[in-house]
Ligand binder design. Sequence first.
Ligand code: PEP
Ligand code: MN
Length: 532
Amino acid sequence: RGANAGTVRLLTFLPNGALDRTMKKMTKLDVVQKAVRNWRSKPAKQEVVYNDEAVLKKTVTKLNTLPPLVTSYEIQKLKNELRECALGNAFLLQGGDCAELFDYCNQNMIEAKIKLLLQMSLVLIYGARKKVVRVARMAGQYAKPRSSPMETVDGVEMPSFRGDILNSYEPDVKARTPDPARLLDAYYHSASTLNYLRGALSSGLADMHAPLDWSLGHVVDSSIRNKYQQIVSRIIDTLEMMRTIGLDTGSGLETVDLFTSHEGLLLEYEQALTRRLRQPQNTPALSQPQPQVSTTQKASRSSSKTNGTSHPSTYVRKSSVSASNPMMSHYNTSAHFIWIGDRTRQLTHAHVEYFRGIANPIGVKVGPSMPPSDIVPLLDILNPNHEVGKIVLITRYGHDKIKDHLPAHIQAVQNSAHNGTVVWQCDPMHGNGRNATVTVPGTEGKTTIKTRRFTDILSELQQALLIHQEHDSYLGGMHLELTGEAVTECVGGAEGLTEEDLSLNYTTFCDPRLNEKQALELAFLVAGFYRE
Ligand code: PEP
Ligand code: MN
């Protein structure tokens, strides 16, 4: 009552017309703030039905009291860096497992993934001559959307494995039943992973002076091997020269930023870790006010170019934060960045509703089923203030479909007030799945497993680079499923893995991932695109 009275008193001092506008603004803000809870009133795809409401309630109550996994300061820092990706000045490298298992929470696997992402980023920096923003699909990538809720294993029908946060991959009806206590397990495994990640980074795991394993012995083709060797030699030389002339001291080469991300699928969990916090001030690069694009501006008609990138030439400043009146926002503190999957991005459904309420930078997967006419309405809901770098559009069409869809999607954004505000990121994995029939080791039997061809992945990535270039747009990042282990899940690459090799070390519980050699090779090839 007190607050309302205060509001009314304040409004009576406003000039004619301003009252209406203020009321509208407040209502709009209110609605956005409530969206993080209001998603429950909307239909949801990939819904989970728990049969133990009491345990669910207890778990969510506990999650509500646990500390945030990441801070709003870090989230804001990532947002600032993604802004640079949208503007064409930086490149977003995002990668990790398809389905992260609780078992992956161990020193070796965490280190292997950090080192791989670091190594790939060095290659990309060399190639693109741009800052690379590193985001791991890690410390929370535990929930999986599935095309079918049920599957048959050895003649028994059971719920599909939907990620460790929900059920177990063990092929047993009981183990596959959603268990709400797993939400808490997910939090603790995220916390442990993140704890080691932070410790390892601050203790020099990412020290650029430490020797990295660049061995290229697996590259069968000698001309390709020589090409990669040249890139590696240049990187090593540069680092050595910086050390020789003392340019590296205190320059931050000892550690790097590595942000975390996952698909925001399980809204119970995401909401439980959503906190209303002050918008941090003075985060790096925020010393300049966040420019925002005017809603009336049709940037396609007034764009200027920097680094071959179109972006709005004029900005309208909307200074929303002041020292005496800090802006409060909802932050999802389960990760720095979360994304909406291709199966859950319906405009009127629960996921879009929840996501529009949070201040984090967010991603949306965009596949062939997205009509170009849906893109702008979706951006209007998720980013009504046209914040630059707030939204990452993660495109995943397939190497044979990208040319039929990406141009129209780029044009839809360019012809709207969102021109120049999004980060375009290519996910060359999810449209390129295929089946392979392989022999079960030690038996005569055959089985069908999921794989992807390295050539298809590379082809989609190369087409994305070219299509963006042709449309005066900028491919600001790539999104990969990869692992630091020597798995054999995707065929091809410089090592020449064949379908018959797949059963050697096929360990994924969801989609096939690039192994460390294939992932690094992809970075070499993208670097080559920029350097040639
Ligand atoms: C994923 O990234 O693992 C995934 C399921 O992607 P998509 O939503 O694009 O199918
Ligand atoms: Mn996947």
